[in-house]
Design a protein around this ligand. Structure first.
Ligand SMILES: *Cc1c(COP(=O)(O)O)cnc(C)c1O
Length: 387
């Protein structure tokens, strides 16, 4: 079975057989009654997965970056001040997107592996009249987890729109859009949502939609303009077909199946499972003597782990781990790219996936000449899983 590999990267992830079957169904028209029902239901289910009962969901063909683009271009007007809470690669990208639409962007940055404190962010907020704050819930380049609840609270206090890049967190990390008062949460379907790549997903609060409706200037992107997409989403939810751009029919079938599976598990149970899988994997990594990029446990994501290579081991170990049957990702953050690797554990991930991954890492590290007590990582993971 040399082709059977376990994909443990921070997206795309492993998908369920039911999701893959939906991908292979005969493609219908995007205005067929069966598709209209499916799309309407998927929009309704997004509200439940994002925990945003009053939110307006959008499903549009594109990747996560496209969802970031859609968030920025609809609320930013030239000259607006935007504050980026910067924890790495994807925060930089959000800054670049905001600038493209004419925002004056300020970054509050922390050292690698850390996140700016609420006090630092508040001090910056007081310096200018900010319209928008963006934050990456989990920066996939560093596995740093930010305090979205706290930041959203600050945004409410100062009347700022809070935009969360949840591409590596939605349906994995605890994120309660409605309760926490987040204005826009965006993601892509290939991460914890569990669908092959190709859909940009976003839920906007009533305040975000109102901000869009009160614009004085046209939206700088034609494809992402909510003026084009909002009536389409409303129409599908009312179970009426509508056209602006052709929907990615099979991906939407797959999305609806995956959202149904996510909701069948239940959001609280799902958050708890991600925490447990992460704790087990991180215990193994620590037992093997590896340090992680996040500076403390409460700053570490539950959807992925980013360990530094130990002395004497480098990126050439990843193909060795791949030969054993587990695919991991290399580094992404330019400054330390060669020094670390990344392991995604989100979506349908279970205890045996975690044990397989730790086993493969031990095998690869042993082949690479790293000295450790064989099985020590497996024992540490198992101890957490059996607790
Ligand atoms: C993956 C990712 C993105 C980009 O998504 P694409 O689908 O690759 O465009 C943006 N932000 C975060 C946090 C991500 O993990």
């Amino acid at each position: 079975m040399k082709h059977r590999k376990l994909l443990m990267i921070p997206g795309p992830i492993e998908f369920t057989p039911e999701v893959m079957r939906a991908m292979g169904m005969p493609t219908t028209s995007h205005v067929a009654p069966s598709f209209v029902d499916c799309m309407g239901q998927a929009l309704e289910r997004m509200r439940e997965v994002f925990l945003s009962p009053a939110g307006q969901p959008f499903i549009v063909a594109g990747s996560g970056s496209m969802a970031m683009d859609m968030a920025a271009c609809n609320v930013i007007e030239p000259g607006d001040n935007a504050l980026v809470v910067n924890t790495g690669y994807f925060s930089d990208r959000f800054g670049a997107i905001l600038e493209r639409y004419g925002a004056r962007v300020t970054h509050v940055k922390a050292a690698i592996g850390n996140a700016p404190s609420l006090d630092e962010v508040e001090a910056e907020i007081k310096k200018a009249n900010y319209k928008v704050l963006t934050v990456t819930h989990v920066d996939t380049s560093t596995a740093v987890l930010t305090d979205v609840k706290g930041l959203a609270g600050l945004c409410r206090k100062y009347g700022i729109l809070c935009i969360v890049d949840g591409v590596c967190s939605v349906a994995g990390e605890e994120l309660r859009q409605g309760e926490w008062g987040v204005d826009i949460v965006l993601t892509a379907c290939q991460k914890a949502i569990g669908v092959p790549p190709g859909l940009a997903l976003l839920v906007a609060s009533p305040k975000a939609i109102e901000t869009f409706k009160n614009r004085r200037t046209p939206v700088g992107s034609y494809y992402s303009d909510w003026a084009n997409w909002l009536p389409i989403m409303e129409s599908y939810e009312n179970r009426k077909a509508a056209y602006f751009g052709t929907q990615a029919v099979n991906l939407v079938w797959a999305l609806d199946v995956s959202l149904e599976q996510i909701l069948a598990e239940g959001m609280d149970k799902r958050f708890a499972r991600h925490r447990l899988m992460s704790d087990a994997f991180k215990a193994a990594v620590t037992a093997l003597g590896l340090k992680q990029i996040p500076v403390s446990a409460d700053m570490a994501a539950n959807t992925l782990t980013a360990p530094y290579f130990p002395a004497g081991v480098d990126g050439s170990v990843l193909p060795l781990i791949g030969e054993v049957g587990v695919i991991l990702a290399g580094g992404l953050l330019a400054e330390i790219k060669e020094k670390y690797f990344r392991v995604g554990h989100m979506g349908v991930v279970n205890a045996s996936d975690i044990l397989s991954t730790v086993g493969a890492i031990e095998a690869g590290f042993a082949k690479a000449g790293y000295t450790f007590e064989h099985g020590v990582g497996l024992a540490a993971a198992q101890a957490v899983l059996l607790k």
